[in-house]
Design a protein around this ligand. Sequence first.
Ligand code: ATP
Length: 267
Amino acid sequence: SKREGFSTIPNVKWEDVGGLDFLRKEFDRYIVRRIKYPEDYEGFGVDLETGFLLYGPPGCGKTLIAKAVANEAGANFIHIKGPELLNKYVGESELAVRTLFSRARTCSPCILFFDEVDALATKRGKEGGWVVERLLNQLLIELDGAEQRQGVFVIGATNRPGVMDRAILRPGRFGKLLYVPLPSPDERGLILKALGRKKPIDASVDLSALGRMEACENFSGADLAALMNEAAMVALEDKLTSTKSTSDAAPCTIKSTHFERALGKIS
Ligand code: ATP
């Protein structure tokens, strides 16, 4: 697996993200165009936010969007999992935070993505303890050095916005809060289409209708990804079985029956 804090342009495209058009528009305005066409932003004296907090239930595309934004902007992406910064010796956590921001500046334009950011920014005096408190203070120092953060954008992600220290949610820090909801029935169809882009889905399969089915109620994007993968496995199983018994060309698309069987398996 990759080194912690390793930076590279992710290969997630917007076509890989289903639904979430509102977020796409926001990020286009706040990050992508700003990186690609900075001259468009000159002369208005507008102070635009550079820090964002994506919050909402697990598996709904927070990480995916952040990567797509970086890809779209042609920016480097540094992925930090909040809790990883905590398993350090005294003083090491603060140093790690300083190093991250300094690395981000070096490879700007860059998106610094803090997954499970609540682990670093729990309300002071609450569950975090003093290690978190010192880490949080260091994070605030780095976030407030915005003038030296040219071309560095920070995106945090959390399932538990309520436990976060209010100080970190101010403008200039993780100042813009964006909710990433569970998909609606129609959005489930869009997510299935995005997930199926590189899979041999049979032309007879109606992914929009599948997304609207009651069996998919309350599915997150991650649940839909599991469904898609299971359907592909069932289809592959069929192909392998039939290849054994006949020399004819084997069926090699994912059909409605495969999705039905997959639904039976995962729910
Ligand atoms: P967590 O809070 O658990 O970290 P998350 O919101 O960051 O979750 P992701 O890691 O982005 O969720 O999503 C997990 C997987 O689910 C993705 O890799 C993708 O396969 C699928 N997925 C989730 N949401 C979407 C979506 N909107 N479009 C396409 N795929 C999605």
